[in-house]
Each structure stands twice: as structure tokens, then as C-alpha cells.
Design a binder for this molecule. Structure first.
Ligand SMILES: Nc1ncnc2c1ncn2[C@@H]1O[C@H](COP(=O)(O)OS(=O)(=O)O)[C@@H](OP(=O)(O)O)[C@H]1O
Ligand SMILES: [Mg+2]
Ligand SMILES: [Mg+2]
Ligand SMILES: [Mg+2]
Length: 451
């Protein structure tokens, strides 16, 4: 137990959590308080009870209490802006995906590594970057994100760039329904490019930076299937807040199970009014240490939006028997070894078919309790990027799950844009007992595998 002493040696009771209401009614004065023995991630402060009016004599007052900000309260402002920004981004993506399904491949670009990128990726990055900068001041906002402006700056990309600028302005002008003040005049091309390229932080072990994957699972996105918008905040190397927007993953879990593609189901349902289709998707979020994770339906923003609009708590599944568990993994064999996970699934008695889903929707599925295990074993030499995992990891952990590498170590978000030192692959489970079983099975299968 940590015992605090005031500078006059008065013993201070153990810290307790407070919320803003408590502060308003009970507290007269707050003083930042630093103690070497106190976990850095917390924010201990001293307060003087309201009953004591002699605030100037605080050193002599023996009634000081040490209080610890509730982590959910500590990042309340950042969380609110992040959730709003992700809602705006989800709506942007839904519109672009609709058009893309109609126009086909002509709207999809290929990056140098042949992976797809669309106007949604750049537009979301610009929009979220702009919203964060407006809210916290551009000089205070550092962002690590996936996209850059290289392809957009080429002379043959004029029409692509103007589509991005239009998409960003359309989505920002609709953002007022989330209480986000839109720009006074539409953003110029240069401002949009600047918003994208500002997201060039290299991350690292100290300070605070945002981590953004504007469209995760772009392949799923262009195929009219699942994708996610992932935004996290990292402080001193630790993910302290995560928001995952899943525009094609409604509150009902059945929607994950269409193994032959979500697109066909989507088009069938939009034609038919007999089946109920809320089509809204969901937004998940959590703050480190709160032991709570939340889900809200993706709101269209046309009704008065009140934070935290209809959020409900989510929990991981209680299943710890692999025989009853469902595991999910990337759709593409190139991104994770299906043969290795197949052998492993067999060895632990997993009976259910793997759920192959694009994007961090897999993390969302574990956090919501819709599946129990997520495994990703990329080919040797592939370096996982922090934006593909940060938001999902904190949401699963706060929903009660466990996420580590295959050596049982937590994922390290403090080493720049890559998850350096990752042992073999990533294993996320609904609970520690299931996690241990899967880890043992990975160890047992690893040496005989060709990975
Ligand atoms: N070769 C290779 N191996 C492993 N991972 C890779 C690889 N190439 C890309 N990526 C990253 O995987 C992100 C998509 O992951 P998914 O789990 O959605 O994969 S899948 O599309 O379902 O197969 C994808 O994220 P997005 O680019 O945001 O879509 C990539 O960052
Ligand atoms: Mg990604
Ligand atoms: Mg991406
Ligand atoms: Mg990509």
C-alpha cells in the first residue's frame, strides 16, 4: 500500500476515485501531486475538502485527502472528441463505400506494396486530424497514422485529390450534429493536405500521441464488407483510450456470420423491406483502467446527438472451454497463417468454423462477447503496425479480455510505429484461462509448423 504524506508529514489516507460531481460538491482546492512511488499512468492530486475555507493555510491542514482521478474521468474530454470524430468518420465511410460498390475498382488505388487505398482512407485521416487539432490546438496534437500525401500530390492525382477535399468538407459540414463546430469556410486543398500530412508523428516511449488507422481492413471496405475506423491515445508508451468504429457491424452479432461476404447480404436487405436491418453499425470505446468498455449504435447524426448517446457496457464472453469457443482471424492467408491456426484449433478441440473477418472488427467481436479468440500469425519478417492494434487492445482488456504476443508479453506501443519485439504473433482471448490454453497450444504446435 502506498502511504502519502503531505509536505508537513501529515499522513494521507489511501487514494479513492472521484468524479466531477464529487469535485463540485466536496472539493475546494486541487493541487497536482507527484510521488515517485505512484503509478505514472494515474494522476494523483491533493484536494482540500470544501468545508475548510482557509485554503491559504493548506500546509497546516491535517484534513487533506489524496484522491485519484477516475481514469474514465481523466480522459473524459479526449474520449468525447474521439468518439465524435469516429462517428463522423463512420458516416463518411458509409457514403464512400456505397459509391464504391456502385463504381467498382476505378475508385481504388494501389500503394507501393500493392495494398488498396481509397478516398475514404485519406478523407478520414484529414477529417479526424482536423477535428482533433480544432479541439486541442494543432500544436498540442501529435498523430501517428497510416496514410501520407505522396500519391495525392502527384500531378495525375488532381481529380482524386479534389474528391478527397469534397468528401472532407461534406463530412465536416455535417459534423455539427455531433456538436463539432465545422470550419467557417470550406477547407482549401492545401488545408486538407496539411491535415493529412500532420499525422506524421513517429510515436515513441514518452509524451502523448494519437494513433489512427483511418480505414482498417481497406480490402474489406472495397469489397463492401467489414472494416473499422480505429483511434487510440497513447501516453508514455501505454494505450490509455481506444475507439473503434465498425460501420457494418450492427448491434446484432448474427451479422458477423456471413462467411460468404457481407456485401451480398447487404444488397439483398436494402432491396427487401421485410427483413429488419438497422444498418447502423456500432462504435466501441474504453479508457485504460476503467474496467469498462462501451458500445453505442452508430448514429446517423440527424437527431440531436447527446453524449454519451445510448452507450451500453460490453463484456467478453464467459466461455473458457476451447471446444465451445469461436476463433476469428484475418480473411487473407497472406496476412496470417490459416494452416497454423487450423492445426492449433484442431489440437485444442475447437469445433466451430473460424470466423474470418476483415479489420479490427475481430477485436470488437471479442470485446462484445461474439467470439472468444483472435489469433494473427503474420509471415516472418512482417512488422505489425501500432495503428492496426492499439484501439482494439485497450477495448478488449477493459471488457475483461487478455491480449498478448505468443510469448505472453503485452504488446509494446512505446517503440515507434511498429510493435517491436513481437513474439511470433498476437493472441487475444475472452479470459485468462482460455488465453493460457491457447498459449500452451501455440508453444506445442510452433516447432512442428513451418512458420
Ligand atoms: N502481409 C501482411 N501480413 C500481415 N498484415 C498485413 C500484411 N499486409 C498488410 N497487413 C495489415 O493487415 C491489416 C488488415 O488486417 P486484417 O486482419 O483485416 O486482414 S484481412 O484483410 O482480414 O486479411 C492491414 O490494415 P489496413 O491497411 O488498414 O487495411 C495492414 O496493415
Ligand atoms: Mg489497418
Ligand atoms: Mg488502414
Ligand atoms: Mg492500408
Amino acid at each position: 500500500m502506498t502511504v502519502f504524506r503531505s509536505n508537513l508529514g501529515t499522513k494521507i489516507p489511501q487514494p479513492f476515485f472521484f468524479n466531477n460531481n464529487f469535485l463540485k460538491t466536496h472539493v475546494n482546492l486541487l493541487v497536482s501531486f507527484h510521488n515517485r512511488n505512484y503509478p505514472k499512468s494515474r494522476n494523483p492530486i491533493l484536494c482540500l475538502p470544501k468545508s475548510d475555507k482557509k485554503t491559504h493555510q493548506m500546509e497546516k491542514n491535517s484534513n487533506w485527502v489524496a484522491i485519484e482521478s477516475d481514469p474514465g474521468e481523466k480522459y473524459a474530454e479526449e474520449l468525447e472528441i474521439a468518439v465524435k470524430a469516429v462517428h463522423v468518420a463512420c458516416l463518411l465511410c458509409q457514403k464512400v463505400q456505397e459509391k464504391l460498390i456502385f463504381n467498382g475498382d476505378e475508385d481504388v488505388q494501389a500503394k507501393d506494396d500493392n495494398s488498396p487505398v481509397t478516398i475514404a482512407d485519406w478523407s478520414v485521416q484529414a477529417t479526424v486530424s482536423w477535428i482533433l487539432s480544432q479541439a486541442f490546438g494543432a500544436q498540442n496534437v501529435s498523430i501517428v497514422a497510416e496514410e501520407d500525401i505522396e500519391a495525392l500530390s502527384k500531378s495525375n492525382a488532381i481529380s482524386l485529390l479534389s474528391s478527397v477535399v469534397k468528401t472532407v468538407n461534406d463530412s465536416l459540414s455535417a459534423a455539427s450534429t455531433f456538436g463539432i463546430e465545422p470550419p467557417v469556410t470550406a477547407l482549401e486543398t492545401a488545408e486538407v493536405l496539411e491535415a493529412i500530412s500532420r499525422c506524421n508523428s513517429a510515436g515513441g516511449p514518452t509524451g502523448r500521441f494519437w494513433v489512427l488507422d483511418p480505414v482498417d481492413g481497406t480490402l474489406g471496405f472495397v469489397r463492401g464488407d467489414q472494416y473499422a475506423i480505429a483511434l487510440a491515445l497513447v501516453e508514455n508508451g501505454e494505450v490509455v483510450l481506444g475507439v473503434l468504429g465498425c460501420p457494418n457491424y450492427p448491434m446484432n452479432k448474427e451479422w458477423l456470420n456471413y462467411q460468404n461476404g457481407y456485401r451480398r447480404i447487404l444488397s439483398r436487405l436494402t432491396k427487401s423491406s421485410s427483413e429488419s436491418w438497422d444498418g447502423k453499425g456500432c462504435v466501441l470505446y474504453a479508457t485504460r483502467g476503467s474496467k469498462k468498455a462501451w458500445m453505442q449504435p452508430l448514429v446517423s447524426g440527424d437527431k440531436g446527438w447527446v453524449w454519451p448517446n445510448s452507450a451500453r457496457p460490453i463484456k467478453v464472453s464467459a466461455i473458457d472451454n476451447p471446444v465451445l469457443a469461436t476463433f476469428c482471424e484475418p480473411v487473407e492467408k497472406a496476412n496470417s497463417s490459416h494452416s497454423f491456426t487450423q492445426g492449433l484449433a484442431h489440437s485444442v478441440g475447437l469445433r466451430n468454423q473460424p470466423l474470418r473477418v476483415y479489420s479490427m472488427v475481430k477485436y470488437a467481436a471479442i470485446a462484445r462477447g461474439d467470439a472468444e479468440i483472435f489469433m494473427k500469425f503474420a509471415r516472418a519478417g512482417y512488422k505489425e503496425k501500432i495503428w492496426d492494434h492499439a484501439a482494439g487492445v485497450v477495448i478488449i482488456q477493459e471488457a475483461g479480455g487478455v491480449v498478448t504476443d505468443a510469448g505472453g508479453r503485452p504488446l509494446d506501443f512505446s517503440k515507434g510505429i511498429y510493435l517491436q519485439g513481437l513474439d511470433r504473433g498476437i493472441i487475444a482471448c475472452a479470459g485468462s484461462s482460455l488465453h493460457e490454453k491457447i498459449m500452451r497450444a501455440v508453444d506445442a504446435s510452433w516447432n512442428s509448423s513451418s512458420l
